[in-house]
Design a binder for this molecule. Structure first.
Ligand code: ADP
Length: 673
């Protein structure tokens, strides 16, 4: 390459001088203009960042400094502009920059003869190409500044050689250009072909044709891209429309399902409520019907017993024995059904009360010892000394659960012993958890039947129970009772070796500040089950019968009146009957009775209210302190407590028997013997 003076020259970046006064950089925006020169030969600029209009003054000042230095004055120089790092630049800024450069070139008598552009856009390239010949410049597009240097050094042409820029255009050339433009307008697919269209590189309009061809080509490409993108967008839109439709359909299905689910839930709730109502109705019906049957059954039991006290031959005794056994079984069944339906219908006492665990065990033992002894079985109930005597819990339920389990143990054992024991499980200052175990040495329960026996009316072997009697309700009731108390009834058993039923219950320990019921109000268990005392021999009349003793029986049921008065007559008492509390008070005002036997539920005035009245002096009965004995069936511990609170002295359970009456009268009318 030759310079202005015709000398060969090689250029490199190292030769470029970057005077600090010629530079501009804004670190905040990232824009920069780096200007450098090889004096009189080459002017290089690196531009970059977001070119801001606000920076132009400083940029132009640095440019001016460079031109002012004289490094380019009076020269035709090579220009390199590197736009690679430009992110954005407004049109206005670009025009201002170009104008300033032109002004400075004119002012300092210099001009670029060839310009290497690095990183120019397609449009910039085209624009520059189009106007290159008119501004007497040559534009060469390269990727990097280094490529520009390489080209400069490799080029043997002399860039400083003055070119003849005069352009002559013929009429034919202009016609051709017009035809081409027409084609471009009307023929979308038109392409410029220099051979076919007969335009040679020597043609003055050759560059123009080339650029139009290039623009045309770019435009087509843009149009093609646009069309493809449009199609893609259309496809995506169509796809999303399909998806949207599917989504709405699925949403509809989900909504429908939710609706169905809601309806089902509603129906289910309704069905549950109906089932609960039906179940309650069933239980109430069972309770009512059982109650209706029990009352005449009391009469059958009572009258049979009275019959037993009359002279009977052996055949007749055989008949009465059978009647007694059958009524006993029927009575137990009815009681079981009553208990079960009472629990199921929710008629339960759910207040814990203070009770004496030792007394409770003692009562169970005295109730069931006889039946164990009859089968040569030993019945042992033990309480470890560490266990508190008084606890808060549900003594009625606990007693009934234990009685049921011990009765079963006796029923299904032919040898050995039955042990009822308690093990402490855990204890805190406030409460204690106890495990109750009822073990026997009986026939046991096969593994596959263990679950079944807890179901209603289920028996392992009905022939075994036929002998002993049984309804298949006992364990179901016991399980229910244990669960009501917060425990779980468990069973471990080996066939022919024995069974252990167990459950764990949590009790609150009474403390000094927690005396809801004091020990004196603890009641002995009198039991609601028919006790097997029908054959207890009666004491001789002469020894015990009172003379001239009159008892008032307050009872509304005619059958019960007949049974009780027949028994009391048999025991030598004179009986007066009152149908309700009001009649009782009237009678007590007139006659001095030794004792009152009082039913609880009666029309007009019940037993509790009548008792309270009798105890009041102002009522005017002859003896306000007269012993009053409640006669009840299926009384709960709470009922009994209510009787005591009302002023009654004792209880007698239905069905009444001659021995129980006798014991009661011995206790309450001894002085009149
Ligand atoms: P049941 O009135 O027949 O005794 P339960 O519900 O009390 O009814 O008992 C159901 C069945 O479980 C009994 O018939 C018997 O087969 C079995 N079973 C209950 N307790 C025992 C036991 N301690 N030993 C052996 N089998 C028992």
């Amino acid at each position: 390459m030759q310079d202005n003076n015709g000398t060969n020259n090689q250029f490199s970046l190292e030769m470029v001088e970057f005077n600090p006064e010629w530079q501009f950089e804004n670190h905040k925006t990232g824009e920069f203009y780096k200007n450098g020169v090889i004096p009189q030969k080459l002017f290089i600029t690196y531009l970059g960042g977001n070119i801001q209009p606000a920076s132009t003054d400083k940029v132009f000042a640095s440019l001016e400094n460079m031109f002012k230095s004289g490094a380019l004055t009076n020269s035709n120089y090579i220009r390199i502009a590197d736009y690679n790092k430009v992110i954005s630049a407004s049109f206005h800024t670009r025009v201002l920059y170009a104008n300033t450069l032109n002004r400075l070139n004119e002012k300092y008598h210099c001009r670029p003869i060839v310009t290497y552009i690095c990183g120019a856009s397609l449009l910039t390239k085209t624009m520059l190409r189009l106007f290159a010949s008119y501004v007497k410049q040559e534009f060469i597009f390269v990727a990097t500044a280094q490529e520009a240097f390489d080209l400069i050094n490799a080029n043997n042409d002399d860039p400083w050689e003055e070119q003849d820029n005069q352009i002559t255009i013929s009429q034919k050339g202009l016609d051709q250009l017009a035809a081409l433009c027409g084609n471009l307008l009307f023929n979308e697919t038109f392409t410029f072909d220099e051979n076919k269209d007969g335009v040679s590189p020597a043609d003055p309009l050759y560059d123009l044709y080339s650029i139009i061809a290039l623009l045309n080509h770019d435009l087509k490409e843009l149009q093609k891209n646009e069309k493809e993108q449009k199609e893609e967008i259309e496809q995506a839109l169509e796809h999303s429309r399909v998806l949207n439709t599917k989504l709405s359909e699925e949403k509809k299905i989900v909504e429908e399902k939710e609706q169905i689910q809601q309806i089902l839930i509603k129906k289910l709730n309704q069905a549950k409520i109906e089932a609960e109502i039906a179940n309650r109705a069933k239980s109430e019906f069972l309770a009512n019907i059982s109650h209706e049957i029990i009352t005449p059954l009391h009469a059958v039991i009572g009258m049979t017993e009275l019959l037993c006290y009359t002279p009977l031959n052996s055949e007749q005794t055989n008949y009465t024995d059978t009647i007694q056994t059958s009524t006993q079984q029927l009575y137990q069944l009815l009681n079981n059904i009553l208990d079960f339906s009472k629990n199921e219908s929710g008629q339960i006492d759910n207040n814990t009360i203070r009770f004496d665990i030792k007394t409770l065990f003692h009562d169970i033992s005295s109730r069931l010892n006889d039946s164990a002894l009859k089968k040569n079985l030993r019945l042992t109930l033990t309480i470890p000394p560490a266990i508190p005597q008084y606890l808060f819990g549900y003594p009625d339920y606990l007693t009934q659960a234990l009685v049921n389990l011990v009765q079963n143990a006796i029923k299904f054992s032919n040898k050995g012993e039955i042990i009822v024991s308690i093990e402490p499980v855990s204890e805190t200052p406030e409460n204690i958890s106890l495990r109750f175990l009822i073990s026997d040495t009986g026939i046991g329960i096969p593994e596959e039947k263990k679950e079944l026996v807890f179901q209603k009316f289920t028996q392992v072997d009905s022939s075994a129970t036929r002998k002993e009697g049984g309804t298949g309700l006992g364990l179901a009731i016991t399980k229910q009772l244990v669960e009501l108390m917060g425990g779980t009834l468990e069973l471990s058993s080996r066939e022919n070796e024995g069974s252990i039923f167990s459950f764990v219950l949590l009790f609150i320990k009474p403390n000094e500040n927690n005396k809801k019921n004091d020990a004196s109000s603890i009641l002995p268990y009198t039991g609601s089950l028919y006790q097997n005392r029908l054959h207890t021999p009666m004491k001789s009349r002469e020894n015990t019968l009172p003379s001239n003793t009159r008892i008032l029986l307050v009872e509304d049921n005619a059958i019960n009146q007949r049974v009780a008065s027949a028994m009391l007559n048999k025991l030598g008492f004179t009986i007066d009957i009152a149908d309700n509390g009001i009649e009782a008070i009237d009678a007590l005002k007139q006659i001095a009775y030794s004792l009152v036997i009082m039913d609880l539920q009666m029309p007009l005035m019940g037993g509790l209210e009548a008792t309270k009245k009798i105890r009041k002096i102002e009522t005017g009965t002859r003896d306000p302190d007269i012993p009053i004995i409640a006669m009840t069936a299926n009384a709960t511990q709470q009922d009994k407590q209510n009787c005591l609170n009302a002023g009654m002295n004792d209880f007698i359970s239905k069905p009444v028997t001659i021995p129980t009456f006798q014991a009661l009268l011995n206790k309450w009318v001894p002085q009149k013997k």
